[in-house]
Design a protein around this ligand. Structure first.
Ligand SMILES: [Ca+2]
Ligand SMILES: [Ca+2]
Length: 359
């Protein structure tokens, strides 16, 4: 009983936070969530980098998820809308003309790419209206931008995972993660939402390790108070890395990084690199030369799609310059898992590819 009293107090105090999401309250809620889930006997796996509370929608309203329409709206947590666990979110076609949405506010960092996925299924028939995903970005409680409603193709024959990789605008501190329906004539079901990034400190304010002539500099900041520069006047080789990023061999990841040079590059090269490890053993690396795109005109965001080497369980996410003659400034890295749409297709085909991948 004591536990439920604590739960109620927490929920009531939550109302006072509004947009000022504090990490301490998030951590506390995660702790409480795990306890609550254990009490319910529900099996839920939580990822360390997952920003969503109750991603499988097992707890109910006023915990992680908020109904986007008042007084009702088409959105509701239902026991028949589950992909995993005992419940999921339904967009019901018989309520409010099939229009409604659900959302959750999560803490984010500016200029960072996130992985936003959810599983979806709808009732059979000819669909009119749209199911969509959206992300709104906030700074200090004020909305500063949004991804915009993105219509998603929700199938009726089997659950499909939808994937988006939105990038937060500079200065963002909160993302409102949204999905919903506009005037749909058929009910949709949604479950297992993921909104995550794998780098704990994407803005280079600390935690990166440097070698050679790379170093933290205030004048190298794209956002925040500093970035990482390769200071060519002290030499021409510099590298920075972020260690022990958890990965799964064979999975796809998106590595993004913002960069700016102080002049036109005429010798040497700048690169993004990911080293793949099995425990302490280096298995191999993925490298992308970004010299051509790095300009002294404006900050540019570079994207590098990589696949974790078979057998790897961690990655060293890196960038640097070798033999370069101009200063490179870097900031706001992100590294996120990108579920492959092909996986769903392969599952539909049967075990052919799966049995090959297992080898
Ligand atoms: Ca669920
Ligand atoms: Ca920064």
């Amino acid at each position: 009983m004591l536990f439920f009293k604590q739960l109620r107090v927490l929920q009531m105090s939550e109302c006072c936070f509004c947009f000022s999401l504090e990490r301490r309250s998030i951590m506390l809620k995660k702790l409480m969530l795990v306890s609550f889930v254990l009490l319910l006997g529900v099996s839920v796996t939580a990822r360390a980098d997952e920003l969503i509370l109750d991603p499988s929608m097992e707890i109910g309203w006023d915990w992680g998820w908020t109904k986007g329409e008042t007084p009702s709206g088409a959105a509701n947590i239902e026991c028949w809308a589950n992909h995993t666990g005992n419940s999921g979110m339904a967009m019901r076609n018989w309520v409010d003309s099939g229009t409604g949405f659900a959302y959750q506010d999560v803490p984010v960092t500016g200029s960072t790419t996130y992985n936003y996925t959810l599983w979806s299924l709808r009732d059979a028939g000819d669909l009119t209206g749209d199911f969509y995903m959206n992300v709104e970005w906030y700074a200090g409680g004020s909305k500063i931008g949004e991804m915009g409603k993105t219509t998603i193709p929700v199938p009726s024959d089997d659950w499909v995972q939808q994937t988006l990789n939105p990038t937060s605008p500079a200065g963002s501190d909160t993302a409102r993660v949204i999905f919903g329906s506009d005037t749909v004539n058929l009910t949709g079901k949604f479950d297992d939402v993921d909104f995550s990034g794998l780098l704990a400190n994407p803005s280079f304010e600390d935690r990166w390790t440097m070698s050679g002539v790379a170093g933290y500099e205030g004048w190298a900041a794209h956002t925040g108070s500093r970035g990482i520069a390769v200071r060519t006047w002290a030499g021409s080789e510099g590298e920075a890395h972020y260690d022990n990023v958890s990965v799964t061999g064979g999975e796809s990841y998106l590595y993004t990084l913002w960069g700016l040079s102080d002049d036109v590059i005429t010798q040497g090269s700048y690169y993004m690199k990911v080293e793949w490890y099995d425990g302490e053993n280096l298995l191999g690396e993925s490298v992308k030369d970004i010299s051509d795109g790095l300009t002294n005109a404006d900050w540019t965001q570079f994207s590098f799609n990589v696949t974790a080497m078979a057998g790897s369980d961690s990655a060293r996410v890196m960038f640097g310059g070798t033999g370069v003659n101009v200063v490179g400034k870097f900031d706001d890295a992100s590294f996120v898992e990108v579920p492959e749409p092909a996986t769903v297709f392969i599952l539909g085909l049967g075990g052919l590819f799966l049995s090959r991948r297992k080898r």
